[in-house]
Design a protein around this ligand. Structure first.
Ligand code: NIG
Ligand code: FE
Length: 419
């Protein structure tokens, strides 16, 4: 079955004009300063002006009017860590874990990431696009305006290319900012069993340069873990990325403290993600490098992890914390960033301002999008969400609820989810 959005993005109405009667939360890191009776002027898909309606400059007062009805308005949300493009699903492993197997045991028995690799290799471009579109629409309906999508379920040049091309196509079809991350070093493909050095050669010498030349890579990631790649192998991939001028990030210290975060910080990584087992040295290195800590409560929850990431240490060091879905078929089969917002507070004890910054300003930084995304400010593309809520804390408080009234994405009004 071919999936096409009901109204193609390019045919959505323009958001140009004056948005009035808003409660404006321009920077979610400061939810106390939501501005009542605010307005946003949009022209050519960009924010021209925003602030208290009483101070609206006369020259912005013309054009179509959009009455927000007193809605709370935030920047579009950003999901800065996903594995959205893949074939199949892994409910069977979920069932196995319920009868006692661990994630590592399932992976070592040939399940885990490698089982999704088989399904992804079998799937055509169109199948991958259709399945990923369905998932993406769930996230977009919650006000997501920018998303990271990783490869890493192909593990050959052709199949990694297929995943990354689908990610680019999703951006075009749905009018959403997509940052692609090459995760060729996600798992050792079965045909390289016992030859992980050779596989890293392939990643560094063939896949990375070819996919970079095709402009399919915005950043490079590695899964540095006992069941994946060592610190030395991770560094080889980082060196290859650095040679090409590509930024890096890392699946770091998820199941054990490998020292990955400190290594990533030496390569000025955009982010270190998971980090349940992050050490004080890792925190210090991330602070020095300005690396974002990406917290993934969906994976923590699914794996019934009990080892909390060092939130207090990160907070004390001033390391920016982001929150993401980590959507993937193994450890985080969620399609709700709002649920992650709630879990980040409930499970990890983030404060409301921290959690809101985690899905906006800090998520933007984790994707090097902070110049253009994560805030509502003049000169930025018009990405904002009108919520049927009265106060910002409600965004973290409700769960299993989708209180979106309207979304403006890339300067267009997404109508079908308007109240
Ligand atoms: O982010 N940790 C490694 N990668 C994914 C899991 C992928 C999978 O199990 O398919 C993660 O949790
Ligand atoms: Fe992940």
């Amino acid at each position: 079955m071919k999936h096409t959005p009901e109204i193609p993005f390019a045919q959505r109405p323009s958001a140009d004009g004056l948005w009035i009667n808003l409660q404006l939360l321009a920077d979610p890191a400061h939810p106390d300063v939501a501005l009542p009776d605010a307005a946003i002027a949009v022209r050519d898909g960009q924010i021209l002006w925003c602030g208290a309606a009483a101070q609206l400059p006369l020259e912005h007062a013309h054009g179509p009017r959009h009455d927000g009805g007193g809605a709370l308005v935030t920047p579009g949300l950003i999901d800065c860590h996903t594995h959205l493009v893949y074939g199949g699903q892994r409910a069977n492993e979920f069932a196995m874990r319920l009868t006692g197997a661990s994630y590592e045991e399932v992976a070592r028995a040939g399940g885990g990431i490698v089982s999704t690799v088989h399904a992804t290799r079998k799937a055509s471009d169109d199948e991958l696009f259709d399945r990923a579109s369905e998932r993406l629409l769930n996230l977009l309906a919650e006000g997501v305006c920018a998303i990271e999508i990783k490869s890493g379920y192909g593990l050959t040049l052709a199949h990694e290319r297929k995943q990354l091309r689908v990610a680019r196509r999703l951006a075009e079809a749905h009018g959403v900012t997509v940052r692609t991350t090459f995760l060729g070093a996600h798992a050792l493909p079965p045909e390289y069993a016992g030859h992980s050095g050779d596989y890293i050669d392939l990643v560094c010498q063939q896949m990375l340069p070819a996919l970079h030349a095709e402009e399919l890579i915005d950043a490079v990631d590695v899964f540095c873990e006992r069941i994946a790649f060592s610190l030395e192998e991770t560094e080889r991939v980082f060196q290859a990325a650095q040679m090409l001028g590509l930024p890096v990030k890392l699946h770091a210290e998820q199941l054990s403290d490998m020292g990955g975060a400190a290594l990533a910080a030496r390569y000025l990584a955009l982010s270190c993600d998971h980090i349940e087992h992050l050490s004080p040295e890792g925190i210090a290195a991330m602070r020095e490098a300005g690396t974002v800590a990406v917290l993934l409560p969906g994976a923590y929850y699914t794996l019934r992890d009990t080892h909390l990431p060092p939130i207090q240490g990160l907070r004390a060091a001033g390391v920016p914390m982001a929150v993401a879905t980590d959507h993937n078929p193994g450890t985080s089969p969620t399609l709700s960033l709002l649920l992650m917002l709630n879990m980040a507070c409930t499970l990890f004890r983030l404060t409301v301002p921290e959690a809101l910054a985690g899905v906006t300003t800090h998520a933007a930084r984790a994707l090097a999008l902070h110049e253009t995304h994560g805030r509502i400010a003049p000169g930025l593309p018009a990405n904002f969400v009108l919520w049927a809520l009265r106060e910002p804390a409600e965004l973290s408080y409700w769960f299993g609820h989708r209180p979106v009234r309207s979304v403006v994405r890339q300067g267009r009004i997404i109508r079908e989810i308007m109240a």
